[in-house]
Design a protein around this ligand. Structure first.
Ligand code: C5P
Length: 300
C-alpha cells in the first residue's frame, strides 16, 4: 500500500500562554501544499523502516520514528500484530516546520489501515493521529482548516483560489519544543483563547492572494528568528523579489513566500538561491487534499 500525505504551511499561527500540560493553546490556519511524503507499507515478519530522499539520514529509523509509532498505535487499537515494513520517501524538508514527520504518521495510519483491513473510521484515525502529534490530524484531512487546542481540533475553513509558494529550506532544522520554550521566554503569549486572524480568514474566503499575503502571521516567528537570526535575510530577499507576503512556516526554519503566480514563485525561489539565503528552495501550490492511497501492489 502506498499513501501520499502533504506538507503544511501555517498561514496564521496565534499562540496563547503555556498551559499546565506543557502545551500552548493555538488558533492556526493550515494550508496543505504540494510537497508530499510517500509511505509504502508492505507485510513483513520483521517490522522495520527505511527512508529515502533528501536528508534521509537525519530521520530516525528506530521506534522513535512517528510513522512506526503510528503503525504500532493502530495495531494496538485494532488488536492486530504490527507486522509491517514501512518505507518513507521524503519530499518534505526534514525538521523544517512543514510537518513532514506528521505527514509520515498520517500516511502510515492510512496505509496500515488499508493493508490490515482494520476499517477505521475517519474520526478514529483523527483521534489516533492526535495522540501521535498536534499536526497529524491535519495531514489526514488536508485542504485549508482552522486548528485549535494543540492544533489538533480541526474545522474546515472557506478558501477560494490557488496559492503559489516559494520555500526557502535550511539544512539546520529547528526543534519545535525549543522554539516554544524561546517563545515562553521572550513573549509568553497572551491569556485567554487565541483566535484565528479575521483579516486572513476574510482574505481566504474572497480568494485574494494580495490580502492573504498581507495577513500572513506567525506568533512563533520572533522565537524562530531569535534561534536562527540568519532567516531575517531570507525573509528580506523574498520580500524584495516581490512576494505578496513572507513568514517562517510553523516553528521554522523554512521560510514561505507567497507569490503572485507559479512563474513568480520560481522567480522568488531563484532570488533566494542567488542570494545564498537558503540551502535549498522548492516551489509548491495549495490547497491540496490530505493523506490518500495512491497505489496498491495487492492483487484485486
Ligand atoms: O504535538 P507535537 O509532538 O507535535 O509537539 C511537539 C512539541 O511542541 C511539544 O512537546 C511541545 O513542547 C510543543 N508544542 C506546544 N504547544 C502546541 C504544540 C506543540 O508547546 N500547541
Amino acid at each position: 500500500m502506498c499513501v501520499r500525505a502533504p506538507a503544511k504551511i501555517n498561514l496564521g499561527l496565534a499562540v496563547g500562554r503555556r498551559q499546565a500540560d506543557g502545551y500552548h493553546p493555538l488558533a492556526t490556519v493550515f494550508q496543505a501544499v504540494s510537497l508530499y511524503e510517500e509511505v509504502t507499507a508492505t507485510p513483513s515478519d520483521e517490522p522495520g523502516l527505511t527512508v529515502s530522499g533528501p536528508q534521509a539520514e537525519r530521520v530516525p529509523t528506530d521506534s522513535s520514528n512517528l510513522a512506526l509509532r503510528a503503525a504500532h498505535l493502530l495495531a494496538e487499537a485494532a488488536g492486530v500484530e504490527p507486522e509491517v515494513h514501512l518505507h518513507l520517501a521524503k519530499g518534505v524538508p526534514v525538521a523544517g516546520g512543514m510537518a513532514g514527520g506528521s505527514a509520515d504518521a498520517a500516511a502510515a495510519l492510512v496505509a496500515c489501515d488499508a493493508l490490515w483491513g482494520t476499517g477505521m473510521s475517519r474520526d478514529q484515525l483523527l483521534e489516533l493521529g492526535a495522540e501521535l502529534g498536534s499536526d497529524v490530524p491535519f495531514a489526514l484531512v488536508g485542504q485549508t482548516a482552522v486548528g485549535r487546542g494543540r492544533g489538533h481540533l480541526l474545522s474546515p475553513a472557506m478558501s477560494r483560489g490557488e496559492y503559489h509558494w516559494a520555500l526557502g529550506i535550511q539544512e539546520q532544522g529547528l526543534s519545535t519544543p525549543q522554539v516554544y520554550r524561546t517563545f515562553d521566554e521572550i513573549l509568553g503569549g497572551v491569556d485567554g483563547e487565541p483566535e484565528p486572524d479575521r483579516a486572513l480568514m476574510q482574505a481566504l474566503r474572497s480568494g485574494d492572494p494580495e490580502a492573504v499575503g498581507a495577513a500572513l502571521v506567525n506568533d512563533l516567528q520572533p522565537a524562530a528568528l531569535e534561534l536562527a537570526p540568519h532567516l531575517v535575510e531570507t525573509l528580506v530577499v523574498a520580500e524584495e523579489a516581490g512576494a505578496l507576503g513572507v513568514l517562517v512556516s510553523g516553528s521554522g526554519p523554512t521560510v514561505a513566500a507567497l507569490a503572485r503566480s507559479q512563474q513568480h514563485a520560481t522567480t522568488v525561489a531563484a532570488a533566494m538561491t542567488a542570494a545564498g539565503v537558503a540551502d535549498d528552495v522548492r516551489c509548491a501550490a495549495g490547497p491540496v487534499g490530505g493523506a490518500r492511497l495512491v497505489g496498491s501492489s495487492v492483487a484485486h
